[in-house]
Write a protein that binds this ligand. Structure first.
Ligand code: ZN
Length: 77
């Protein structure tokens, strides 16, 4: 993998993207909904966001695992 901004190959891979709430930490996720207009059961499907960071310029490239990306593709209306 190369940096999209400076073309460096010094990439720190799969860095966890976290959100903090009080004393808890959560993985940042991307979500799609099977029934976006539903009141209760929306059918949420999520993929865990991973960051790949360039060690030369600091640029961050986000990605999902391929299996998570394909799961979102299957469930998106
Ligand atoms: Zn870079």
């Amino acid at each position: 993998m190369k940096c999209l901004q400076c073309n460096s190959e010094r990439i720190v891979m799969n860095v966890r993207a976290v959100d903090r709430e009080q004393h808890h930490k959560h993985d940042l996720t991307l979500e799609v909904y099977e029934n976006p207009d539903a009141w209760v059961f929306k059918g949420v499907h999520e993929g865990v966001l991973k960051g790949n960071v360039c060690a030369d310029c600091g640029f961050v490239m986000f990605s999902l695992s391929v299996s998570d990306a394909q799961k979102l593709e299957r469930h998106q209306k």
